[in-house]
Design a protein around this ligand. Structure first.
Ligand code: CUA
Length: 353
């Protein structure tokens, strides 16, 4: 996106410079040319010129509309992530960026991506508003509590690029940054398999759904249990609600249905689901959403990469589903990058101003 943003930016700078110089030159020229030459001089009266006034209204109008169309088209391509993008989940927290790849790898204040590949970030925050800003990619978006924001990029050059938090978020706001590492595809594959000791978010979401939180007893993916609607092929579809309204089943809808299940009741079902507010962290919510998305294969492109998510790892041994299913779900808390309990704001910790 950088070349497009820069082209528009330099056009605006050039345009502003041109008109500033033009106006000041003409101003100085007229001041000299029409200066009062004798103390008794009476200037010749000047009538308006329709031709001139039309010209200096129409030309700026065309220029302004041109900038508007140009800027809007860049804005649209920035704000519409392509379908084939690699999905990466980002959770902001005072004062760090927690990243999870769709193949399970976790990072803090670091993001490794392959070069020439579109990457989509699905972002939220555990506490206050932060802002994910990568100047080299001309990419900047707020992360807002209780909401998912997305941004995407395609890095075209291998290298390390600085990442900042661009929203004042408390004492260590200035330290809340990191690096995006853009790698050759082969290096990236090596990096992925070297860090493949984490379960994918889909597997973690499934474990939460069917074991830890026990959602499946009322609400099986296919509607087993009978008390909740089926989740197969739900994502991205229009869902009919009690009261005749419809809602598109996107990330925010799924999140709301977990935290505030009474807000939107699916037609034909009763408002019996308890809230899971306070029981699931932002990262677990993202894992649940990823799992529910994975039940709608047609809607979730870009989830898979060619690198295997779970390989035999020297540290953890063979990662068989049995071995992972038998794991204590609390075990992931021992991971420093693991899920953290929902944030409780302490006094004096600094809230955004
Ligand atoms: Cu996070 Cu500033």
């Amino acid at each position: 996106m950088a070349s497009q943003v820069d082209a528009l930016y330099f056009f605006l700078v050039g345009l502003t410079t041109f008109f500033s110089l033009l106006i000041f030159s003409v101003l100085i020229f007229f001041v000299l040319k029409y200066r009062r030459r004798s103390p008794y001089e009476v200037p010749r009266p000047i009538a308006g010129s329709i031709k001139l006034e039309t010209l200096w209204s129409v030309i700026p109008f065309i220029i302004a509309m041109g900038i508007f169309v140009w800027g809007t088209s860049i804005f649209f391509s920035m704000s519409r992530p392509p379908d084939d993008a690699l999905e990466v989940y980002v959770v902001g927290k005072q004062w760090m960026w927690k990243v999870q790849h769709s193949t399970g790898q976790r990072e803090i204040n670091e993001l490794h991506v392959p070069v020439n590949r579109r990457v989509k970030l699905i972002m939220t925050t555990e506490d206050v508003i932060h802002d994910f800003f990568v100047p080299a990619f001309r990419m900047k978006a707020d992360v807002v509590p209780g909401r998912y924001t997305q941004e995407w990029f395609e890095a075209t050059k291998v290298g390390r690029y600085h990442l900042f938090c661009a929203e004042y978020c408390g004492t260590n706001h200035s330290g809340m940054g990191g690096w995006i590492t853009v790698m050759e595809p082969t290096d990236y594959e090596a990096w992925l398999s070297g860090n493949a000791n984490q379960k994918s978010p889909v597997a973690q979401g499934q474990e939460l759904f069917s074991q830890t939180l026990g959602c499946a007893s009322c609400h099986g993916a296919n509607g087993e249990g009978g008390r909740g609607p089926s989740l197969i092929n739900l994502f991205g579809q229009s869902q009919a609600l009690e009261g005749g309204q419809n809602v598109i089943a996107d990330e925010s809808y799924i999140r709301e249905s977990i935290l505030n299940p009474q807000a939107k009741i699916v037609a034909g079902y009763k408002p019996i689901m308890p809230t899971f507010q306070g029981q699931v962290s932002e990262e677990q919510l993202l894992q649940l959403i990823t799992y529910i998305k994975s039940l709608s294969p047609s809607k979730t492109s870009g989830i898979s990469t060619t690198a295997p998510a779970r390989e035999n790892n020297p540290r953890t041994g063979p990662a068989t589903p049995e071995a992972m299913g038998a794991k204590n779900p609390n075990e992931q808390r021992s991971n420093p990058v693991g899920s953290t309990p929902p944030h409780t704001n302490q006094a004096g910790q600094g809230s955004p101003r």
